[in-house]
Design a binder for this molecule. Sequence first.
Ligand SMILES: [Ca+2]
Ligand SMILES: [Ca+2]
Length: 136
Amino acid sequence: MRLRRWLVAGAAAVTLASGGVLAGPGTAAADNGDGLSACNSGEICFWRYGNAVLWTKQFWYNADHGGYTWWAGQATDVRMQDDAVEITNRDTQCRVRVGNLSAASGIWTWREFPNDHVRRDLGAIRNTNDRHERMC
Ligand SMILES: [Ca+2]
Ligand SMILES: [Ca+2]
């Protein structure tokens, strides 16, 4: 299972390298989207609560959610992994899939979201999010 996960990460790294023209040093390790609170064009935005604009985490690229924390108007220590209920995909090019890795079975469950800027419920992986990936 560890090997499988490594392979997935490797594929993501290739995608990142080919599409990472905006990436500066360390961007992938500390992805904060555009650094502004608003969910702006190009960003992949996660939400901790329905209908609330705070408690958000925003990305440009693929990411494992472990190690990332929520933004609530200021930085928090609250981890966003397994804690998101909604997503807004404002990526300019790609659908995005969000996955949950079952600790029991080692199997990923994914849900795909179009880049239509619509805020959507994570559905079956609500509060179980472990990773997201751009689909192009
Ligand atoms: Ca932003
Ligand atoms: Ca999970």
